[in-house]
Design a protein around this ligand. Sequence first.
Ligand code: GLV
Length: 313
Amino acid sequence: MARLIISADGPEKFDIWKKAFAEVAPDLSVLSWYASETRLQPSDYVLVWSPEADHYPALATAKAILCTGAGVDHLLNAPGFPRHIPLVRMGGEQTGQLMADYVTWAAIALLRQARTWALQQAEQRWACNTIARTTDATRIGVMGLGHLGGYVATHLARVGFRVSGWKRSPATLTGVTVYAGQEALSAFLETADILVNLLPSTPQTDGIISKEFLKRLPRGAGFINVGRGRHVVQTDLINALNAGILCGAVLDVVTPEPLPATSPLWTHPSIIITPHVASEASPLMQAQYVAEAVGQMERGEKPALLCDPQRGY
Ligand code: GLV
């Protein structure tokens, strides 16, 4: 029987995980990383979020590491993290659906300038901003068409947006115009009335959303960041909003997190901040995904979201 050692979310969350795995994978033996009797064996799988550095030597002896995050940059960038051990990113239906729902909400919030309503409500002020801008007249561009980006783009197309996507290599996706490679980036940006960032964080993508980059969008575009805060040059974003280059931004990820109370992002009249909550599936749905990935690896198969440390995601 395969064994899964849970380190994710600390010792206090173990019971929640254990219950979830008991429901979806009763054959999996689930142990707490923190139990004094737990001894890691080379055939063990480990579920982590952001383990302490002193866990790395033991993690280096696991069969595979599964992460509760869709992004694993925090692991790959950590000095001493055992990059040679197979690492699987979080995925699954619900993770994709939650992200698609969040981005749909954020896109419509930008279309209708919902931030203005929130500011008015805080002042108990009744002022009508009627905006006749519809989804079918709005071009939305999704940067990063991996597991989550694919979900988001096809969902937005179903909702009625005119959707394009940008990725490194060519692909086909129902209802989505795909732009591939660096040479297609400008053409992609020119068509994005709303830009959604879902890129993985790598040395090539960090800081990509800069002044020069934002200028390539149609004037007055909206921006949604559900990738990583590090992708954005924060002062360039604020300047672009102040100059009308962008009409608004919805940020689920920022640097640093938690965002300090002194950050100008909090109070900017054109920015909606959410506290990195766009897409976290329930423990049950995450457990189901993890159990399936463990099953695949036990059969010698390669899980779809196996990380390539060279590529960085
Ligand atoms: C959250 O950002 C994640 O990587 O799952």
